[in-house]
Design a binder for this molecule. Sequence first.
Ligand code: NAD
Length: 500
Amino acid sequence: MSSEHVTHWINGKPFDGAAGRRGDLYEPSTGRLSGTVDFAGPAEIDAAVAAARAAFPGWRDTSLSQRVKILFRFRELLTAHRDELARIISSEHGKVVSDAAGEVARGLEVVEFACGIPHLLKGGFSENVSSRVDAYSILQPLGVVAGITPFNFPAMVPMWMFPVAIACGNTFILKPSEKDPSAAVRLAELWAEAGLPGGVFNVLHGDKIAVDGLLHHRDVKAVSFVGSTPIARYIYETAARNGKRVQALGGAKNHMVVLPDADLDLAADAAVSAGFGSAGERCMAISVVVAVDPVGDELLAKIKDRTARLKVGPGHDPAAEMGPLVTREHRDKVASYLDSGVAQGATLAVDGRETEILGERGEGFWLGPTILDHVTPEMDAYQDEIFGPVLSIVRVGSYEEAMELLDANPYGNGTAIFTNDGGAARRFQNEVEVGMVGINVPIPVPMAYYSFGGWKASLFGDSHAHGMEGVHFYTRTKAVTARWLDPSHGGVNLGFPTGD
Ligand code: NAD
């Protein structure tokens, strides 16, 4: 369960100072106030950065084999505590426990990737590039790096970042979402148990003040951000202006194109799973189904049929497949798109406000699976990232019309095509301006050894998360040219060296 009071984790232990400001924590399934979280001000920001800075030289010089031993121990602890972490996540976020366990598992895969760091950090070596001169490259850590993460994956998204950053020899400050901060602290405790030296992994809680403190701190060398597009743009611009390396992953509006030759049962299963899993609060959730004529009516009927059978209830209820939304404000904002959609001409094919809830509805932040049909691009429900259990259906006349829709959309995180035509799928994969593409796969999240990231307004910066792009983001390459003189000296030469 979430702690009643959550504080920062600095230098290998809970912060023992008094907080100037705090935020409230809620249990989304009941609406009950469940605790508070300390918000960092300048003193805590300085303390976290100072701890990470002090730990850097020792950690940078820790041998690769020693780093890997700690990573393996952390992996074992994560596996052993997976269910406990899932319950913590569920109680603050609202998602069902099985889904939360899935997010821990996906984060764990990045830890496993990072366990291979000795191989990943190998540079190149060229012997005799000039007479008796060798050239080689080494990958070195940056120093103190920060990760700022969203509410929707309180364990997985931080684990896209810190296993790789730490394995590369950096020290890390995580600023998790203030809506569900407890998982981050539990992860810090597990790191300590695994033997990670104090100060290598720190957790700083808070809001814009904490974020801005990190963005402006001269000892923070790089910033990884995942969250909404307006904040991603702000982080990118501010961090870059302050001379930091930055990758900022933003919001999404993921389209699933269903061609007339698709297996409609498969497509309907996928649309419901990808639209309503985690109550649609996934950056890779499908929020728009693009039905290419003539499949619209038949596909809608199949989607409605499956939606009607979904069980909505508290995350800890094993019978529940979908939980509540994260906060009351977010629930109300998501629900407002039902009214605006209808007012702007859409059809409310399934109204999630009427969904039956397992157990007590209470004051929980409930909104059941909702389907808006006949959505068109001018509607707010299409233009905005709703980030909730609202699936929009847009009907188009052809593949080309579907592509025009996707091209015009500002986001480019994930997309999927459902078809049995290999040529159409290949054309889609080639043409679409989206970073992660699924072919008969609705949520094409790359494995840890590939990299995660979107295009267009879904990513600011040029490197994606984890995989080799993560290793490059968290290291600087140094190219060394070395000559060990044999006794014959060549003498002074002001010309440009050639390979002779
Ligand atoms: P958010 O942008 O509101 O918050 C993300 C982080 O930024 C939090 O730690 C928050 O404290 C901080 N923050 C919020 N407002 C800030 C401000 N004005 N100045 C500085 N920092 C600020 O996002 P959220 O609501 O927590 O998460 C949902 C969003 O994240 C969705 O848009 C979703 O698509 C996106 N997301 C994207 C990905 C991806 O990989 N592209 C993954 C997960 C979530």
